[in-house]
Ligand binder design. Structure first.
Ligand code: GLA
Length: 345
């Protein structure tokens, strides 16, 4: 097992450092200090050639401007909060909005806008890098100064564990997530041939601004039914037929915590990743992040090349009873865990 690091760029006078964790099977996890971003989940083929199962940008500057949040750690809160408004202990807070009238992905000064400090560790059966930073109430507008740590752990069972630690000096919100896009195929051209399974019977109804209405809709007999594995091309076709929408960007309520929340599979390249989460929801978003700034013609001729799997508590939970508790109490630490198990199939 080993860890290496290299400087890949800088913002202002802060160096952006990239870390590579490697296990005894030559599986690698690559991540960088800017936005504590996950850049590589590399697995070897028969000839020991490495293939990345997640999307990344080669040019680090792209991470600063591209709005798709490729691989970013998102916090304090993933997803949208209506008007940036919420109430804790009868006190109303309003965080500066950054998507029309609403707040998304922790706002303009959320976790994904900072360069994080890092420390590495070689454990008995795993390698680990931990990114840490204190984000103050003045910086991002949420109550409380929050000390956050994001750890990436790769073990010898080819499993990646991401831990999110938070502790704040005042009651605040904490629902962080990794905005990772999967594509398990060798060429990364499309996810149409992928099979997706989501351990869910219900998804979140949203309005035109993609804000949850508070209602849950049944998945059964609709394009949202991924309880058994479904081919993505047919799911997208069914979605369009039923709703007119050409893209999934939806939150699913998980049925339980025992089974994998999500299983993604590419039979042609014999790869599968199972995602486990200790929270109640997952957002699934089909996209082609390379399309940013390109023409409609470009988009039309390039199918989606990534499926974002965002494991978290259901979006805008603070404003919808029954969606889950994302309040982080003052001076009480909290750890959330998401795991990604790779298997050759
Ligand atoms: C989430 C949201 C999408 C989009 C992406 C990229 O998936 O649900 O609407 O904003 O993040 O940032």
């Amino acid at each position: 097992m080993k860890i290496s690091k290299t400087k890949i760029g800088s913002i202002a006078d802060h160096q952006i450092i990239q870390y590579t964790l490697e296990n005894d099977h030559h599986v690698q996890v690559v991540c960088m200090s800017y936005a504590a971003t996950w850049q590589g989940f590399m697995v070897p083929d028969q000839n020991d050639k490495l293939h990345n199962m997640i999307l990344k940008f080669d040019d680090v500057r792209e991470y600063l401007t591209n709005p798709y949040h490729v691989g970013h750690t998102i916090g304090r809160v993933g997803g949208r909060i209506k008007s940036g408004d919420f109430t804790i202990n009868n006190v109303k807070y309003c965080v500066p909005v950054n998507e029309g009238q609403n707040l998304i992905h922790g706002g303009a000064h959320g976790f994904s806008s900072w360069n994080w400090k890092a420390a590495t560790e070689i454990l008995q059966d795993a390698v680990k890098v931990t990114f840490s930073r204190t984000i103050t109430a003045q910086e991002d507008g949420f109550p409380g100064d929050i000390e956050a740590k994001i750890s990436y752990i790769l073990d010898n069972h080819d499993k990646v564990t991401i831990q999110f630690y938070g502790q704040s000096n005042a009651d605040t919100l904490f629902n962080p997530m990794t905005h990772v896009y999967f594509n398990l195929s060798n060429d990364h051209k499309t996810i149409n041939n992928h099979e997706l399974q989501i351990n869910s019977h219900q998804h979140v109804e949203t309005d035109v601004q993609k804000l949850p209405t508070g209602r849950l809709l049944e998945n059964r007999k609709t394009a949202f039914d991924f309880f058994k594995p479904v081919n993505m091309e047919s799911a997208l076709a069914q979605l369009q037929q039923e709703t007119g929408k050409t893209q999934f960007d939806d939150a699913f309520k998980l049925a339980d915590r025992e089974h994998p929340a999500v299983v993604i599979c590419d039979r042609s390249d014999h790869r599968q990743v199972s995602v486990y989460s200790d929270r109640n929801g997952v957002v699934m978003f089909t996209a082609n992040p390379d399309g940013f700034g390109k023409s409609k013609e470009w988009e039309a001729s390039h199918p989606y090349n990534g499926i974002a799997i965002e494991a978290q508590t259901l979006p805008d939970a603070i404003n919808h009873p029954g969606f889950g508790d994302i309040v982080l109490r003052a001076n009480k630490s909290k750890v959330y865990t998401v795991q990604y198990q790779y298997e050759e199939i």
